[in-house]
Write a protein that binds this ligand. Structure first.
Ligand code: SF4
Length: 232
């Protein structure tokens, strides 16, 4: 057996989602085995590095374990991929949980200015800071607005922490300013998205070309794998 069931059951995302998502039937292999699908998508291309967020690290670790175990059984074929973390390795969703489509708490590159402003307005903040003159605890309360300041404007985040703690600003004003900063940050991506979407034929071309390159690598890996496990 390459992947024991216990490896999948102990996956933190699996455990977290079992707790958080109550309105869907999660007792399916499709859900439990999702990290295996991700691992296959990485290993079949023999990726050496994978750009991930911090919360994806356990999945990547599982991928490394699968590669290691396979190699132990059948010879060194699959590389153990390493994580490529960005400077900001994790941003919470607007409700403070992991940002995820399943939790409906994500901010998308496709979101327009008004949608983003509304999402910022709904961000979770320090529950103890109800009025301006309540001292806030931006670092320890899980304030999502503060996390976004840290990611987008670290210098401003330092000032904001002091202003918040010293009762010089309230959450409404703090959010309004963040919405402007976030929209300014997202604008070039929205523009680029618009330009690209105006040429669907170009996107198709890129996908076909990429698919062809990827297929060659995947076929080579699969034939090595099949030979190693005596399926050829
Ligand atoms: S003032 Fe800003 S940093 Fe402080 S709790 Fe409110 S939203 Fe968070």
């Amino acid at each position: 057996m390459i992947i024991p069931l216990s490896w999948l059951e102990r996956c933190p995302t699996y455990k977290e989602q079992l707790q958080e998502i109550k309105d869907k039937d999660l007792s399916t292999y499709g859900f439990l085995g999702y990290p295996v699908l991700q691992a296959a998508d990485i290993l079949v291309y023999k990726a050496e590095f994978v750009p991930v967020g911090e919360d994806q690290l356990p999945h990547l670790e599982l991928t490394r374990e699968i590669a290691r175990r396979f190699n132990n059984f059948y010879g060194r074929i699959l590389p153990e991929p390493e994580a490529l973390l960005t400077k900001v390795a994790r941003l919470p969703g607007i409700d403070g949980r992991k940002m995820s489509k399943s939790y409906d708490n994500a901010i998308y590159l496709s979101d327009g200015e008004e949608v983003v402003t509304e999402k910022v307005r709904n961000m979770f903040t320090d529950p103890q800071k109800i009025r301006i003159d309540d001292p806030g605890h931006p670092e320890t309360s899980g304030c999502v607005v503060y996390a976004f300041y840290q990611a987008l404007e670290p210098k401003k985040a330092k000032e904001r922490k002091i202003e918040c703690e010293e009762r010089k600003i309230g959450c409404v004003a703090c959010k309004k300013e963040l919405a402007v900063i976030l929209n300014r940050f997202l604008e070039p991506y929205r523009q680029r998205r618009k330009e690209i979407s105006a040429h669907p034929e170009k996107i198709k071309e890129i996908l076909i070309e990429g698919g062809e390159k990827a297929r060659i690598v995947a076929q080579e890996t699969m034939s090595e794998v099949c030979k190693a496990i005596n399926l050829l």
